[in-house]
Design a protein around this ligand. Structure first.
Ligand code: KIV
Ligand code: ZN
Length: 511
């Protein structure tokens, strides 16, 4: 009998700690619904003490999700734990995940605490969290570089205090797979009450080993893996959910574990996270990259045609590669539009937002004959349909480029109630459009990233543009989609400016 392997997704928390990946409440809800549909066991929805916005987002996810456990992160401090406890109150199953660093370098240099103080605080935090829920997880931050004897003492004590899951993070992505599996095996054998808790791992990818380390830990007895969609996360990211799930499923002969994941929801989840965060998926990314199942060489193609298993170890359709489904067209009505959005797990907050989205859909259908699920996702990501959150919006754009002439753009935008117009030249029409916007709304922001991706295939496809701006200590991503990429670029730029205006600075739990 295979043991259950708990899949704990932290895209909405550790994934969101990636610079520029911060998400709005609505975006978190959309991703959480997709994770629930995929049958993720635990969704870490955020760090409620980070900001009022994050508290509200975790609370909203806890109110919406019924089938997965919803978890809030808290430092081992009473104020954080109380905030997390409040945020997860509406959850059908709620978890508090509290953590404190246990490595010598973190205790001495970051926390300025002695090991005894850390142990005491860990125990107090777990006891406090148990006032809110029986489902308490404790993490020993930087466990990969911690003294195993001290880890044993801390874990034994927090189990006594009521922790049901013990997480062993390789916070800085430093350990090697054989060392990490040895650590997990050691902890499980040496801690006297280890049978009272589930051992979990949380690996970062600084040396490209997050998935290998997680899998090595599973072989050593870990029964929860913390991971993110597309491997999103701090620095080089976290272990990629899709790789963990498909590895244990494809190599059942090696891993005696089973997840509950509906793997056909993996590619839709990957696309949703990529489109919301603006972090593209590299084409050769395992499982979810555009080329992951593409066979270019004639020998491979011939082999696959004769017998798929000659070169394929997984089936593309098992991970959800049947996308690009034609869903709606020019003649589709409002009800068809609404019910397709519902099928995709997209709920718009108000009737006015649905009307605005439907209007956008009709405009798009006039220009693009076939509308795919990806187009609908891009369409509802467009902030201008959530008009109440906007300061700047695009009214019109004229761009001109001609060989030998300086490209020009003329932009008309709404700023609050006023409609303003500006013109500029630039090195290209996109540059000219951004300069024209800056004439109306000077932001002083630095452009960190500009990228364009085709949402579907063919030249009729919408281009999805990501603009990453930084200002002070904030980094935001703006998204825009349109069949005209200059228009998509202007929308993305305005979306980023709107986010800069709105969002408050968030506290990073590990800073
Ligand atoms: O990487 C890490 O150590 C973390 C903890 C908060 C679990 O993200
Ligand atoms: Zn982490």
């Amino acid at each position: 009998m295979a043991d259950p392997l708990i899949i704990f997704d932290t895209t909405l928390r550790d994934g969101e700690q990636s610079p520029g990946a911060s998400m709005t409440r609505e975006e978190k809800i959309r991703i959480a619904k997709q994770l629930e549909k995929m049958r993720v066991d635990v969704i870490e929805a955020g760090f409620p003490a980070a900001s009022e916005g994050d508290f509200e987002a975790v609370k909203a996810v806890a109110s919406t999700i019924r089938e997965s456990t919803v978890c809030g992160l808290a430092r081992a401090q009473f104020a954080d734990i109380d905030r997390a406890g409040e945020a997860i109150k509406p959850a059908a199953q709620g978890r508090i995940h509290t953590f404190i660093a246990t490595s010598a370098i973190h205790m001495e240099k970051k926390l300025r605490m002695s090991p005894e103080q850390v142990l005491e605080q860990a125990v107090a935090a777990v006891k406090r969290a148990r006032n809110y829920t029986d489902d308490v997880e404790f993490s020993a931050e930087d466990a990969g570089r911690s003294d195993p004897d001290f880890l044993c003492r801390v874990f034994e004590a927090v189990i006594h205090a009521g922790a049901r899951t013990l997480n062993v993070p390789d916070t800085v992505g430093y350990t090697m797979p054989h060392q990490f599996s040895e650590l997990i095996r050691n902890l499980i054998t040496r801690i006297p009450n280890s049978d009272k808790a589930i051992f979990s791992v949380h690996c970062h990818n600084d040396l490209g080993l997050a998935v290998s380390n997680s899998l090595a830990a599973v072989l050593a007895g870990a029964r929860q893996v913390e991971c993110t969609i597309n491997g999103l996360g701090e620095r080089a990211g976290n272990a990629a959910l899709e790789e963990i799930v498909m590895a244990v499923r494809t190599r059942r002969d090696v891993f005696s574990v089973e997840t509950r994941i509906d793997t056909t929801q993996i590619v839709p989840a990957s696309r949703l996270v990529s489109s919301i965060t603006g972090f593209p998926v590299q084409p050769n990314k395992a499982v979810v990259g555009a080329n992951a199942f593409a066979h270019e060489s004639g020998i491979h193609q011939d082999g696959v045609l004769k017998n798929r298993e000659t070169y394929e170890i997984m089936r593309a359709e098992d991970v959800g590669w049947n996308a690009n489904r034609l869903v709606l067209g020019k003649l589709s009505g409002r009800n068809a539009f609404r019910s397709r959005l519902t099928e995709l797990g997209i709920e718009l907050g108000s009737e006015a937002q649905l009307n605005a989205a439907f209007h956008r859909f009709k405009e798009l259908a006039d220009r693009k004959h076939e509308i795919f699920d990806e187009d609908l996702h891009a369409l509802v990501s467009d902030e201008s349909i959530h008009a109440d959150s906007e300061i700047y919006s695009l009214v019109g754009l004229r761009a001109h480029s001609e060989t030998g002439e300086a490209p020009q753009a003329r932009i008309t935008m709404r700023v609050g109630a006023a409609e303003l117009v500006a013109e500029s030249t630039g090195s290209g029409p996109v540059d000219a459009a951004f300069k024209a916007i800056e004439k109306i709304a000077p932001s002083g922001a630095e452009l960190l990233l500009y990228s364009v991706n085709a949402i579907t295939s063919g030249t009729e496809s919408q281009g999805e543009v990501t603009v990453r701006l930084s200002h002070g200590d904030r980094v935001v991503n703006g998204l825009g989609a349109d069949t005209d990429i200059v228009v998509a670029s202007a929308k993305a730029y305005l979306n980023a400016l709107n986010k800069l205006q709105h969002g408050a600075v968030k506290l990073n739990p590990q800073a």
